[in-house]
Ligand binder design. Structure first.
Ligand code: SF4
Ligand code: SF4
Length: 243
């Protein structure tokens, strides 16, 4: 779908999109949920997420843990996938593609054509999220370059290196300590919030850049890159392509 494609969507407040979903979170989503919930990013990750901050948590009843009495309790800070719904975003390289997702069965939504996709994105307040995603995306080629410097792929089998990095990044439990992944999602220490009470994603991106440049553990770096790729809507192999 293009931004000028005819599209409108009126929510029927059935709450079905807040159940039984897999919703990937980017570092900026975690910051925004934290601000809406009045919590630190550390507490937000513990309460609202899985997989080290990169997945929204759903309870045993299938409902998102932020859903209260049928309403989103973090509405002003709801993550990008919730704002985009019933659209989704896929990224490859420099390209991004909006796709129409399957409506939730029984949804009370009303689809129409009395607007455009661009209007819908604006109404949903997606702009700061899309700008933040561009900022974080710039870290991916930096990680790739750093891996080229750190790993001798004449001696290390690239496919095995990629396999281990993807497994480590996407494990929901039993994963190894990774300071880069911690810093990506638990951002208060790096975004300025801990010292000045303001979360600035650009400051966070700059701090991550410095950490990436100084990091010496290639597998940790690759796993962090894979998780960042996925959290921004790329495929897991995006950061490792060409290695
Ligand atoms: S499934 Fe659609 S209609 Fe129902 S609450 Fe979600 S956005 Fe609204
Ligand atoms: S964060 Fe809010 S909008 Fe998104 S799934 Fe949870 S309750 Fe629904």
């Amino acid at each position: 779908m293009r931004r000028l494609s005819a599209f409108s969507y009126r929510c029927g407040c059935c709450g079905l999109c807040c159940r039984d979903k897999v919703i990937t979170l980017a570092p900026y989503d975690v910051m925004r949920i934290a601000a809406a919930a009045g919590l630190s990013t550390t507490a937000t990750i513990a309460r609202y997420t899985l997989r080290r901050g990169s997945l929204l948590r759903f309870g045993a009843d299938g409902a998102c843990v932020a859903l209260r009495d049928g309403l989103c309790s973090v509405h002003v800070g709801r993550p990008l996938p919730c704002r985009l719904y019933p659209l989704g975003l896929e990224r490859t390289g420099d390209a991004e593609r909006l796709i129409a997702l399957e409506p939730a069965p029984g949804s009370k939504a009303v689809y129409g054509t009395d607007g455009t996709v661009g209007d819908f994105l604006e109404q949903q307040g997606t702009q700061p999220y899309l700008v933040a995603a561009q900022h974080y995306s710039r870290l991916l080629p930096m990680i790739r370059e750093r891996l080229r410097l750190l790993v001798d792929f004449e001696k290390t089998e690239p496919s095995e290196f990629r396999r281990v990095a993807v497994r480590e990044a996407l494990a929901e439990s039993g994963y190894d300590y990774n300071p880069l992944i911690d810093a990506m999602f638990d951002s208060d220490r790096w975004s300025g919030f801990a010292t000045q009470g303001v979360r600035l994603e650009i400051r966070h991106v700059t701090a991550l850049h410095e950490m990436i440049e100084a990091h010496l553990d290639a597998l940790q770096l690759a796993a962090a890159g894979v998780l960042l790729s996925v959290s921004l809507g790329y495929g897991p192999a995006e950061v490792l392509a060409g290695l």
